[in-house]
Design a protein around this ligand. Sequence first.
Ligand code: NAD
Ligand code: 4PL
Length: 248
Amino acid sequence: MSGKLDGRVAVVTGAAQGIGRAIAERLAADGARVCVSDLNADRAKAVAAAIGGGAFASPCDIADEGQVKALFAAIDEAAGGLDIIVNNAAIVPFIAWDEVDLAHWQKLVDVNLTGTFLMCRHGTDLMRAKGKGGAVVNIASNSFFAGTPNMAAYVATKGGVIGLTRALATELGKHRIRVNAVTPGLTESDGVKASPHNEAFAFVEMLQAMPGKGQPAQIADAVAFLASDDAGWMTGQTLNVDAGMVRW
Ligand code: NAD
Ligand code: 4PL
C-alpha cells in the first residue's frame, strides 16, 4: 500500500462526527496514523475503532490549555512526534443578531479562535521537535467571505482563524511547517443536519455555481491535499470549497 501520507502522524480535532470525522477517515485512507480528538470521548473512541490502521482516540477540549498540552503529550507518547494538525473543532451556532450577547461572543472566541491558537501553539512546538517540517490545516468557513446571517460571532472567529493562518505561515516557514486554511461552504454534517442550517440548502444551492449539497468527504479531499507534499509549495493560503458559492 502506498498512500501520499504514509508514515505521517496526524491529529484531527472535532473528529467524532461531521467534517472532522470525514477528514480523519480520509487522512487514514491516505496512509496517516490518525489521532481522533474530540470533546466527546466515547464517540471519538468509536470513530478511531472504525477507522483502524493504528488510529487512536484522545479526548480534548481545545479551549482548555491543560487539556491541549496533555493531548500532545499523549500523541508524542503513542506515536513519537507529529506531522499534521487539522484544526476542525468549532461551535457552529445559529443565532439571531438580537440574541448575541457577551457570553455567546466569548464562548465562540474561546473555542473557535483561542482553541485553534492553543492547538497551533503547542502542536507546532511538538512538530518542530522532529525537525522534519509539517503541515497545519485550519478549517475556517466561506461565511467569512459571505457574511452569512445568524452567526455573527462565528464569522468573526473564522476571520481570526484566516488571520492566524497567514501570520503563522510567516513565523513557521523557516521550520518547513506549512500553514493553510480551508473554507467550506454549507456542508451536510451531523451538526448541520441537527440545526436550522439544514433549512438553508435550497437558498445556498441557488448561490452555488454547481447544484448539490456539500458533503464532508468533499471538504476532506481539499484538506488531504493541503496536508500532503502535493501542496509542498503552498503556505499561508485559504482554499475555498463551496461549489463556487463565493468567487474571490
Ligand atoms: P459538527 O458540529 O458536526 O461537529 C463538530 C465537532 O466538534 C463535534 O464532534 C464536537 O463535539 C466537537 N467540538 C465542539 N467543541 C469542541 C471543543 N471545545 N473541543 C473539542 N471538540 C469540540 O460540525 P461540522 O459541521 O462538521 O463542522 C466542522 C468544522 O467545519 C468547523 O470548524 C466548522 O466551523 C466548519 N464549517 C462547517 C460548515 C458546515 O456547513 N457544516 C461550513 C463551513 C465551515
Ligand atoms: C454559507 O460555516 O458557511 C451555513 C453553517 N451557511 O456553518 C458555516 C454557510 C453555515 C456557511 C456555514
